[in-house]
Write a protein that binds this ligand. Structure first.
Ligand SMILES: [Fe+2]
Length: 348
């Protein structure tokens, strides 16, 4: 497959082996291909595309679009070469749908593999993997075994909480779900309570929360489950490994005890996909046992497909119970959640 790395049209091309020389089949016909625009890091998603090419002979041309994927596809319009669009969070997937940039597909394979709460009810986007928004605590200074998201506002945590920016989509997702479950007023009080507990200005990434717990700046924070695998595996270096080992991970629930907030990565077929059939094939491949296993192994996420293998570092975090509110209901509160973050000055 080929991987094209693209930051705002500054392009460098990485050739990762061409299974069909010069783009031609042995009979001289044009090779089957599928063009993917992805916001995911190329190194993480590449093995999956290579497995697809090996199985089907369809060449994957993947373009890494770190920012503004929707804007780019919208600007390209009918001339866009994109067939499949992958995004790293459900907010971006829903944005694609709302802007009319994807098309509905009807695939029994996808509808069987992906739980209804984790896909577009209209058949647009499909979750491919998921991650829990977990609570990380200091291994040494916190002994709680279970915690709720609501509990982050408890005054006992005053000066002890670290998070990335409230406006980051990961936190907007959590705040939106809190709105669905408890209403706007209760969510406002809760978020103000969390803000009052902050040990530092919100910012950085999730892994910086673990770094700051190790440094004693905070005792508790919020972070996505896959970062725990990335840190503890040592893939990000010795420093990150020590951050990962300084924390204990709690898979929290809301006060109703139904489950954790999960976000998803996912994909959709582009509205003007020149190779629609191949895009559907790739999407179906991505919810198959092989691809779901690759996701679990390389990206430390939870597979969406029931029964697919989970990486041991993530399985060790405990059994994930998923809050049952559909992602579409959560997404409907995003704007309100963002306004709330500004209103209480969470990031100031
Ligand atoms: Fe992330």
């Amino acid at each position: 497959m080929r991987f094209i790395r693209d930051w705002r049209h500054a392009v460098s091309v990485l050739l990762v082996g061409l299974p069909l020389a010069a783009g031609l089949t042995p009979t001289g016909a044009a090779a089957a291909e599928v063009n993917v625009y992805t916001t995911r890091e190329p190194g993480l998603i590449k093995p999956l595309f290579e497995a697809f090419t090996k199985q089907t002979g369809i060449e994957v041309r993947a373009t890494f679009v770190q920012q503004g994927l929707a804007e780019r596809v919208a600007a390209e319009g009918r001339n866009s070469p994109a067939d499949l669009l992958t995004e790293a969070d459900y907010g971006s997937l829903i944005n694609l749908a709302e802007r009319g940039l994807i098309q509905k597909i009807d695939s029994p394979i996808l509808n069987t593999a992906v739980p209804a709460a984790l896909r577009d009810p209209d058949g647009g986007w499909y979750a491919l993997s998921m991650r829990a928004r977990a609570i990380w605590v200091s291994k040494d200074r916190v002994s709680d075994q279970t915690l709720t998201y609501e509990g982050l506002a408890d005054p006992r945590w005053k000066g002890r909480v670290c998070t990335r920016a409230g406006q980051h989509p990961y936190n907007i997702g959590l705040i939106s779900r809190m709105m669905v479950k408890t209403g706007a007023e209760a969510t406002g009080k809760w978020l103000a309570g969390v803000r009052a507990n902050l040990g530092r200005k919100p910012g950085g990434g999730d892994r910086d929360v673990a770094r700051d717990i190790l440094a004693g700046i905070c005792d508790i924070g919020i972070g996505n489950s896959y970062y725990v695998g990335l840190m503890r595996s040592g893939k990000g270096g010795k420093n990150q490994e020590s951050w990962g080992n300084a924390i204990r991970v709690i898979l929290p629930t809301f006060a109703d005890d139904k489950g954790s907030h999960v976000d998803v990565s996912g994909a959709a077929v582009a509205r003007f996909a020149p190779n629609k059939d191949n895009a559907v094939k790739l999407l179906e491949f991505m919810v198959g046992d092989e691809a779901q296993k690759i996701y679990a192994e390389i990206d430390y996420e939870y597979p969406v497909k029931e029964g697919a293998k989970i990486d041991p570092l993530i399985a060790a975090l405990g059994k994930l119970k998923i809050d049952p509110e559909p992602l579409t209901a959560v997404a409907a509160r995003r704007k309100e959640a963002s306004q709330l973050v500004d209103k209480i000055g969470y990031d100031n």
